[in-house]
Structures are given as C-alpha cells and as structure tokens.
Design a protein around this ligand. Structure first.
Ligand code: GUN
Length: 292
C-alpha cells in the first residue's frame, strides 16, 4: 500500500509555480492576483479561505480576502462580483461555498466572468470541461487527476466508482475520468443518496472516489483488494482536544488502507491539492492576461 501524499506533492507543485512567478516578475510583469470572497462566519470555510490566501503568499501571488457578513444580500454580492469582473488588477476570484441560505449560488455563479472563473464552477466553464475543451477545471477533481498523473497511475480501462454527485467534486471528476484523455478512459459509475446497496458498486471499483461528508462511511469490507482510494471528505468531528475537533474522512482508513494499493490520508491528501490547483488555475489566468 502506498500513501498518496497530497501534502508533499502540493509542496512540489507550489515550488514549480513559484519559480514561474519569479520569472514573470523578473520580466517586469506583476504577479498573479487572486481574490477570495467569504460570506458569513462558517469555521471550516474560514479555514479553507485562509489556507488559500496563505498559499498565495508562498507562491509570490498578490491576494485579497473580502469578508462579508452573513446578512449580505444576493444583490450586494453580485454587485461586488461585477466590480471584480471589470478590475484589470484581478486575474481570478472565487466565492467560497456554501453561501448562506438566502443567497442563490446559481445566480452568483452566473455573474462571474468565465475569464476569471479560476474555480471552474460557472456554467460556461462546466460546459467547456464537459465537452473536453480547454477550460478552468474545478480544483478538487483537478487535484485528483494531478495525483494520478504524478504517481504514474494508469487509468485507462479501470472501473471508477464515485460516491457523491456534487457539482464541485462528484459530477466533474466522473466526467473527467470518463473522457478520452491521457488521464481518463475509465468506466465511471456515479452513486447518489438513492443508490441501494452502495457496496455492490464500491466492491467493483478499481478507483474509488468518495466525496459525501459522512465520516468513515466506507469500510474495508466494502472495497476490493488493490483498490485506489481518494477520500475527499473532511468533516470536523468534535472532541476533547485543545482545538475542540479533529478532521475525519469519508473512508475508514484503518480498515480500507490494508486492502488498498494507493490511498489518500485525511488530512494531507486531497485537501492541499485543491488549494494548489486553484493557484495553478490563477497562474493560467495571469498568463492569459499577459498574452492579451
Ligand atoms: N467549497 C468547498 N470546496 C470549494 C472550492 O473548491 N471552491 C469554493 N469556492 N468553495 C468551495
């Protein structure tokens, strides 16, 4: 069994990104600039956004965090987005999800200019990605593709089972791994909350991707020998520690890892790669704006 060390790989890729940014700056260009909008005070979202801003600094990016209170209206948020769309000093921006209930995320995503959609969440980007055309790829699925590529894991002909059909992970990773690309050509099955007997499917998986947010839902007796596992879950579970919680994945690592050929840990697996691929998309956005 080999650990898919997302933390180490993300350090390597961030170093490569930093080298490109240094050259860009030496050539007289400004560095990439990422803006993150956070609405409300959800603890997990704050941690994720702070990680993104910290990683920007590590790579020599400019970054701006815009914090809005949870009573911000949809109109105010869309007005803010339109300002960022028109701001030439901003290469890309993200609106951290989930949003408070009174804001419709579909309307918000529709307002983001596709050119600055470094999360790859707008209908425009999703359409291009689904057609297999060049686009900003959503960071979490992109991170999974990068891990498969850098660990030299063959995907063609493999049976891939995705547990969870969210727009930000399950659906796009299913689409990407089913495409006729160098990392792709899998036979994909996407499970959802209505799927009966999920173990019937998970036991058949050569590649198992779990993105549901239910701690330890996948046990060793639900997978086959040699499975490659990506655990996207990161749920905060309250405990007696000083922090008051610890993070748990959707996969019961202790029972699944002994059967797996490769497996991502939680934390230190998929999470750091998500942040890194967002930075990568922002670098692409900056390079495009330099070429224009
Ligand atoms: N919420 C959970 N994952 C993500 C992500 O990758 N981007 C944004 N904007 N929100 C998220």
């Amino acid at each position: 069994m080999q650990i898919l060390n997302g933390l180490e790989l993300s350090k390597t890729i961030k170093k490569e990104i930093k080298e490109e940014v240094d050259v860009m700056v030496q050539q007289g260009h400004r560095p990439p600039h990422l803006v993150a909008i956070l609405v409300g005070d959800d603890g997990a979202s704050m941690t994720y956004v702070n990680n993104k801003i910290r990683s920007c600094k590590e790579c020599g990016y400019e970054s701006t965090l815009i914090k809005k209170t949870s009573d911000t209206t949809e109109e105010e948020l869309i007005w803010l987005i339109k300002g960022l769309n028109a701001d030439n000093t901003v290469d890309g921006f993200i609106v951290q999800l989930p949003l408070p209930d009174h804001i419709n995320p579909d309307e918000v995503l529709l307002a983001i200019s596709p050119e600055k959609d470094v999360d790859g969440f707008t209908p425009h980007s999703v359409g291009l990605m689904t057609l297999g055309l060049p686009s900003y790829k959503p960071a979490t699925p992109y991170g999974i593709l990068k891990m498969l590529q850098r660990y030299n894991i063959e995907t063609a002909g493999k049976r891939c089972v995705v547990v969870g059909r969210s727009n930000i992970v399950g659906k796009p990773i299913g689409i990407m791994l089913g495409q006729n690309k160098s990392i792709g050509n899998c036979t994909v099955t996407i499970l959802n909350t209505h799927t009966p007997n999920i173990e019937k499917y998970t036991k058949e998986a050569d590649i198992l991707i779990v993105a549901v947010g239910r701690p330890k839902m996948i046990h060793g007796d639900m997978v086959k020998e040699g499975v490659i596992v990506f655990d996207v879950g990161i749920t905060r579970v309250v405990d007696e520690s000083a922090k008051g919680y610890h993070l748990e994945g959707d996969v019961d690592f202790d029972s699944v890892a002994p059967k797996a050929s490769y497996i991502t840990p939680v934390p230190g697996g998929v999470g750091p790669m998500t942040v890194t691929m967002l930075l990568y998309n922002t670098l692409l956005a900056r390079k495009k704006s330099i070429r224009r």
